[in-house]
Structure formats: C-alpha cells, structure tokens
Design a protein around this ligand. Structure first.
Ligand code: 5GP
Length: 189
C-alpha cells in the first residue's frame, strides 16, 4: 500500500496517509455507478446537484460516463467548519439556481458520514416537489450514520477514518489528489 507523509500542516505534520483507493479503482467504480444510473434513468433527464466543494471530481467524472442527457447544478452547505469533527449544524451557503419542481433530481455527494448534511439537503430539495429524488455518494461511512438514511448509489463503504483526496479536503488541502487517502484511525484532532 502506498503511503505519503503530511508536511507543512501544523499539528498534522508527520501523519502518515494510506492510499485506500487508487485513481483506477475510483474510475472503475464511477463507471459502474454511471452505468446503473443510465439504466435506471433511461428516457429521463435528471438534474445532478453537486454538493460543493467536495463532490466536484465525482460529479464531473460521473456525468462524463452517463449515457443519458443530464443537467447540472450546485449547492453549497457547511457542516464542517475546520478540522475533522462535525459541528452537527448545517448551513446553506449557496443555493441551487435551477427549478427542481417535477424534475428527477440526483444529489451528488463526496461522502456521507453522520448523514446530517444529506438529511438537510433532502428536505431542502423536497420542499420544491421534484418528481423524484435520489442520492449518489462516492463514499459512505456506515458506522458513523446518526440517523436512518439510505443513499441509492454508493461508491464505497468505508471505515471511520478521515479521508482526503479526489475532492475531499482537510482545511482546503489535498482536494486535488487523484487517489483517496486515509489518516490513521487514531488521529487526534
Ligand atoms: P455528514 O453531514 O454526513 O456528517 O458529513 C458530510 C460532509 O462532511 C461531507 O460532505 C464532507 O464535507 C465532510 N466529511 C465527512 N467525512 C469526511 C472525511 O472523512 N473526509 C473529509 N475530507 N470530509 C468529510
């Protein structure tokens, strides 16, 4: 397994990250999800709503592999203000600009951890009465879910470790890494 050492990042300096998904593994799984979505939405034009900033790579790769037409929009919320602990509250920072009423909507997330963000987004979109609503999340931490929540499309179920890369950041760093990397399970924040 490949590792990399965090440098020049204050208290995280010296932490060893482990590569848990390579770019090839991510691409293969994204292609599978895109195929499944293309089959299930055949004849429809879903709106993919990417949750900024973390979902940008997943959303663009997923969209490129769809065999159906789709539209795209973005929403931005904040639940993690810094560091790795969830604050528990979700704030809307940027709303969608499209009209979702009577449309098929797929919310595209980087990762579902506690599920609080997903619940907030679900209520926000359902207020506007879409024809259907589904969630596609590249990653899901089942043991961290604090509420009953089921995403229709999940790339990988992962253990409770803090992940970075492929859109996921720590204090805005590491987003651009092509792989997904995990901090040690016992990392102190
Ligand atoms: P939830 O509301 O499900 O607890 O968290 C959702 C958001 O928390 C994600 O969209 C992401 O921004 C952040 N998050 C949760 N787990 C991780 C993680 O392991 N790594 C990173 N970088 N962000 C995470």
């Amino acid at each position: 397994m490949r590792t990399r050492t965090v440098d020049n990042m204050g208290k995280y300096t010296g932490q060893i990250l482990e590569e848990i998904y390579t770019p090839e593994e991510i691409e293969a799984r994204v292609i599978e999800l895109a195929k499944q979505i293309s089959d299930e939405y055949a004849g429809k034009v879903p709106i993919l709503i990417g949750v900024l900033n973390g979902s940008v790579f997943f959303l663009s790769d997923l969209a490129k592999h769809l065999d159906i037409d789709c539209e795209m929009d973005f929403i931005k919320v904040s639940s993690y203000h810094s560091g790795t602990q969830s604050s528990g509250t979700v704030r809307l920072l940027k709303d969608i600009s499209c009209i979702v009423t009577d449309r098929d909507v797929i919310i595209v997330e980087d990762i579902i951890d506690t599920g609080l963000t997903a619940r907030f987004l679900k209520h926000r979109i359902l207020e506007n009465e879409p024809s259907s609503l589904a969630f596609a999340s590249l990653l899901l931490k089942p043991e961290c879910l604090k509420l009953e929540f089921k995403a229709e499309y999940v790339g990988f179920e992962v253990a409770d470790r803090f992940l970075v890369g492929y859109g996921l950041d720590l204090d805005q760093k590491f987003r651009n890494l092509p792989s997904i990397w995990a901090f040690p399970a016992d990392m102190n924040v």
